[in-house]
Design a protein around this ligand. Structure first.
Ligand code: FES
Length: 256
């Protein structure tokens, strides 16, 4: 983990959602999809605790974070911070997604805002020439990833609860075919989403094997290096510090 000063190099506005592009080449070189960064959200030490972000884009020059509207004071400060401002960042935290060797077809499955954390992985897998399908479910179209943000080779499926984009409802009707097609699954969503996914994998492939599905255990970190225990959770057969063992786990380790 390193500490850097990163400049806000650009800001995209999509309704009430901000995408901040941060110039941080040293950190970007070490950052893998699914890893977190801890950002100081104020000019001094107020608010004291850093905020946790899972980048939604990574390139040679830096990375991008997504700020959906909420009531948090620190994230509100970031929404207001001017272009060119320098912010203090620690990262990367923990282990991200790992593309298994000999995998040819990757299925990325996301739910709501968490689905955006799959975007760096989608781009990385596509750049390696792998077959990539992305399927996400969300409440409304506003939460979904625009197709223009994806490589053209990616097969994209969307389901929304209100039917404003893609199919109405959730992804369940699509999953049997997608799961039979995929060599590996990379997921980002809630624990309920992961339980449904595990059942669908068992239906499609008889069992939920190890090394088939990886899932992001999305949580907030305080120290990010194992010292404070704030991220401890019941995963991988016991009480574990997610910043050391995760935040990406084998799906088996999140559910059992
Ligand atoms: S964030 Fe401190 S131990 Fe994980």
């Amino acid at each position: 983990m390193i500490q850097v000063r990163a400049q806000i190099r650009d800001r995209e506005l999509h309704g009430a959602v901000h995408i901040l592009h941060l110039h941080a080449p040293d950190l970007a070189r070490q950052l893998h999809p699914g890893q977190a960064v801890l950002i100081q959200t104020g000019w001094y030490v107020d608010p004291f605790l850093r905020r946790t972000f899972y980048p939604v884009a990574i390139d040679d020059a830096g990375f991008a974070i997504r700020l959906a509207p909420d009531a948090d004071r620190g994230r509100a400060w970031l929404r207001m911070a001017p272009q060119g401002a320098e912010i203090d960042i620690l990262g990367p935290v923990g282990r991200g997604y790992a593309l298994p060797e000999r995998t040819r077809r990757i299925l990325c499955l996301g739910q709501g805002d968490a689905a955006w954390t799959l975007l760096p992985l989608v781009h990385a897998a596509s750049a390696q020439g792998l077959g990539v399908a992305l399927a996400m479910e969300a409440s409304t179209k506003r939460q979904t990833i625009p197709p223009r943000d994806l490589p053209i080779t990616v097969e994209y499926h969307v389901a929304t609860l209100d039917g404003s984009a893609g199919r109405r409802g959730d992804l369940r009707p699509l999953l049997p075919d997608l799961l039979r097609w995929a060599d590996a699954v990379m997921a980002a969503g809630s624990l309920d989403f992961y339980h449904v996914l595990a059942r669908m994998i068992e239906d499609a492939r008889m069992i939920l094997p190890r090394d088939y599905a990886q899932a992001l255990y999305q949580t907030d970190f305080l120290c990010g290096f194992g010292a404070c225990q704030a991220c401890a959770a019941d995963v991988a057969g016991g009480r574990r510090r997610v910043c050391l063992r995760g935040p990406v786990f084998d799906l088996v380790d999140i559910l059992r």
